[in-house]
Structures are given as C-alpha cells and as structure tokens.
Design a binder for this molecule. Structure first.
Ligand SMILES: [Zn+2]
Length: 194
C-alpha cells in the first residue's frame, strides 16, 4: 500500500462507483481497538448483516438501483473479534516508518535510507528494535564500524520497539494516523511517542 492511498479517498467527495466501493475503511473491534483496514464494499456487507456499525462516513455516496447510502470510513464491529495478537515484525519498512522516513543522525528525509546498527554487528550489536535505525548512506558510511559517539554522530532519539496494537502493519498504522477521520480512533492505541 502506498502512503497516499489512505488519505486521498478520504479527502475527495466525488467518486466513480468502483472507487467508492474500493475506498479504504478502518475497522475497529467492539472494544474500539483498530482491527483491520478493509474496503467500503466489505464494510457495507458487515453493516447489512448487522455485524458492524458506522462511526464515520467519508462523504461519498454509494448508489444501488434501490438505495443510496453514504460510504463509511470508520466502522466498529458489534461483537468482539478474538484474534491472537501478531508479533510486530522488525522489517526495513517498519523501521523506516517508525523513524518517520528520516535519517536518525542528520535528520534528512530527502535521501535514500538504509538500516544502521547503532552498536555495529561487528561488535555483537543485535538486530533489534533498540539497535537499528534509519540512516542515510552518507551518515552510515561516516559511522562505519564505530559507535555513534566515536564517529561524532548523535542519535536524534533513542530507538525503541513501538508499543502499539499490531493488528494493522506499522507502516499502514502510521500512514493511516495522518488521515483525518481515522486519527482520533488510532491515536489512543499509540502508547509511545514515535
Ligand atoms: Zn544522515
């Protein structure tokens, strides 16, 4: 999913029939916990079957021969969906998303990024949330096999494992958080400042 895919359908009011039904919908559990991102088509089916209620609409109208309904953008399940909590996977995309797609040494976000081990692997530095950060190639080369302070570099923030409800992938969660009507439903589940 691209970053813009969350926000663009929410900001437009005019859709063709296909794109209205394909627009993204945030699904909350009965407990208001973010559960999934689905399409308007599937969300309407949940509502028709009384499995979910609409919390927010996106302003677009879905028309069928007999009825016109406003397309939902946030729905809540009317029963509790029980799912095992997935492990938050340490991936390049997830690290870049956590680090706001910016180099954690110089702050630049307009250059290609790579993954840096804060304590180098050559010194038994782990591949863990607390030891990997997004770094531009220049800072990564500058740092080499050294600790940041040995290379005269400073981390802009301490890398941590994101504490959030991981039903939705971290990149999607962070990008969805920026989409107007979803934000208030997602923010409470972000337990630490990323
Ligand atoms: Zn840099």
């Amino acid at each position: 999913m691209s970053q813009g895919a969350c926000s663009s359908p929410l900001e437009r009011n005019e859709f063709t029939y296909g794109s209205v039904l394909d627009a993204q919908v945030l699904v909350l559990n009965q407990t208001y916990e973010p559960l999934n991102v689905t399409t308007v088509r599937r969300a309407l089916r949940l509502i028709e079957r009384s499995k979910a209620e609409v919390l927010e609409r996106n302003g677009a109208v879905v028309r069928s021969p007999s009825v016109a309904v406003e397309a939902p953008t946030v729905v809540r399940m009317l029963y509790r969906v029980k799912r095992p909590l997935p492990q938050l996977k340490l991936t390049r995309r997830a690290v870049f998303a956590r680090d706001d797609h910016s180099c954690q040494y110089c702050g630049r976000s307009d250059v290609p990024l790579t993954i840096d081990h804060v304590i180098p692997r050559s010194r038994q530095g782990a591949t863990s949330w607390g030891n990997v950060v997004a770094s531009c190639i220049r800072c990564n080369n500058l740092k080499g096999d050294r600790l940041p302070r040995e290379a005269g570099l400073r981390l802009r923030k301490v890398p941590r494992c994101p504490q959030y409800t991981p039903y939705i992938s971290l990149p999607m969660f962070l990008s969805a958080q920026r989409a107007g009507k979803w934000r208030e439903y997602l923010d409470p589940w972000m337990k630490c400042d990323l």
